[in-house]
Design a protein around this ligand. Structure first.
Ligand code: NAP
Length: 171
């Protein structure tokens, strides 16, 4: 059975997901937070980067696969699995767990890794009404590639101009 990979990100108007890789996401709206928490209830597992994992205030995920270079083979701690994709075959590992739906929850290195490895079938982007002018971009890649997505829906989440975009990967 093919796994469905769904990415979730909250962004400023200028495509930044955080001020720095040590800062949290306390600037997002209550409506986005509700959407995000409800969405995570519908997936079997999340894929998260080590920085985002360490920063997360609530880890109410089902299974979590934390990407890190710090392990040479998958290390299991309860429902959290630390995995180094350079040393272990991530896709094979996920298939073996019988997951059906997986949420990609960032940060920027993880979004980039998943997109490049064809692990991003759908993408939800919440745009909050701020321009940060600097900060962490959505995707941290340094190799240009034009990935095609098509817009499936646009939803205004509140009166404060927060917008939720849903895209399907067309690559
Ligand atoms: N607005 C949003 O929707 C959103 C979502 C998520 C995160 N964020 C923010 O994004 C920032 C973090 O971004 P980030 O790019 O620094 O973080 P990240 O992707 O969460 O973490 C990067 C770290 O994860 C590990 N990692 C990621 N990809 C890997 C790979 N392919 N192979 C091996 N290890 C990998 C490495 O950890 P090791 O050092 O252990 O090797 C790397 O240093 C935070 O400020 C967070 O709050 C925002």
């Amino acid at each position: 059975m093919k796994i469905k990979y769904i990415a979730y990100m909250a962004s400023s108007i200028d495509g930044r997901i955080a001020q720095s890789n040590q800062s949290g996401i306390d600037w997002t709206s209550k409506e986005d937070s509700n959407f995000y928490q409800n969405s995570l209830k519908k997936v079997d597992a999340v894929i998260v980067g080590h920085n985002t994992y360490k920063l997360a205030s609530r880890r109410n995920w089902k299974d979590a696969i934390v990407l890190t270079s710090k392990v040479s083979s998958p290390k299991v701690k309860g429902k959290t699995i630390f995995l180094n994709p350079k040393k272990s075959n991530l896709k094979k590992f996920l298939q073996n767990q019988n997951y059906r739906k997986i949420a990609i929850i960032g940060g920027s290195r993880v979004y980039d890794f998943c997109l490049r490895n064809k692990m991003m079938d759908e993408l939800y982007v919440t745009i909050e009404p701020y321009v940060f002018t600097a900060g962490i971009l959505m995707f941290s890649g340094n190799e240009f590639k034009k990935n095609k997505f098509s817009l499936q829906s646009i939803k205004r989440l509140n009166k404060k101009s927060t917008v939720l975009l849903k895209y399907i990967n067309r690559n």
